[in-house]
Design a protein around this ligand. Structure first.
Ligand SMILES: [Zn+2]
Length: 268
């Protein structure tokens, strides 16, 4: 989640820092293979202890992504499971020349680095969605790239993406979808995660629900985006955005959900 592929081979991005890939495979000696994955782990680790659960969990993620988006991959996905964020940071330093501790990141077209210990289990559907979407090509929109992964997550901090958007709308904190979708990669990642990610996820879920995965995939791969002209959907992004927010306005969340969002934001 915290380390993003830029959409171009050879380099990756952390927030708005660009890191150039120097290559090299992970150094872990122990591995466990399932149908679509190779999991690398350290002997005696929590990951080793939970390996069958981890493999079953990720295979379920893979099946869900494939059935929802029609994407699959011949080559197996390599998961490197580290005991601490610092260990992930050291691996990033080895690969990219910069030490920054992370819980998880997509490190190449088929490699994920993730923390797995007693307190942090950074596995799930998000990074796997990035990897599987790479098989179609790279989107020019970071909003859509993160949006599809967040749509597959469905939740942000355990609460429905759309509930976050409803909360931001109610509190006049919600940015414009068309502005975020057209932002450069660096500008998009400069927007606060807890605002940009649930909004991107909720909007992308709306696109999938309204237009289906075929048209969404075409839109995802457009060379350029424009807010006001017709898109592959037959209407402009601005028109879709208006309809999306009208749809969000229809959702009446229990007050306890909105209060919980307030609490979570206060903890940042
Ligand atoms: Zn992501």
């Amino acid at each position: 989640m915290l380390f993003w592929w830029t959409g171009q081979l050879g380099f990756a991005i952390i927030k708005n820092k660009i890191l150039y890939e120097t290559g090299g495979e992970g150094s872990m000696e122990h591995c466990y293979e399932s149908e679509h994955y190779v999991f690398h782990y350290e002997a005696g680790s929590k990951a080793e202890q939970d390996m069958r659960f981890i493999a079953a969990n990720q295979e379920t993620c893979y099946r869900h992504i494939t059935s929802m988006l029609g994407v699959s991959k011949e080559e197996k996905i390599h998961y490197y499971l580290y005991p601490t964020p610092e260990a992930v940071g050291q691996e990033c330093q080895r690969r990219f020349g910069e030490y920054t501790p992370f819980n998880g990141c997509t490190a190449s077209e088929n490699e994920i680095l993730a923390v797995y210990n007693q307190n942090i289990q950074c596995i799930g559907i998000h990074e796997d969605t990035h990897i599987l979407m790479f098989t179609l090509g790279f989107s020019k929109s970071s909003f859509l790239e993160e949006g599809i992964a967040c749509a597959m997550d469905a939740l942000w901090w355990g609460i429905d993406n759309a509930a976050w958007v409803a909360y931001y709308r109610k509190n006049k904190m919600c940015p414009s979808v068309s502005e975020l979708l057209l932002l450069s990669r660096e500008a998009f990642y400069a927007v606060e995660d807890h605002i940009a990610y649930p909004l991107a996820g909720a909007f992308t879920s709306y696109l999938l629900m309204r237009f289906g995965k075929g048209l969404f995939r075409q839109y995802y791969l457009l060379e350029t985006y424009n807010a006001t002209s017709d898109t592959v959907f037959g209407c402009s992004l601005r028109e879709i955005e208006t309809d999306f927010f009208s749809y969000i306005n229809l959702l009446t969340y229990d007050e306890s959900v909105l209060s919980r969002i307030s609490e979570l934001l206060e903890q940042i």
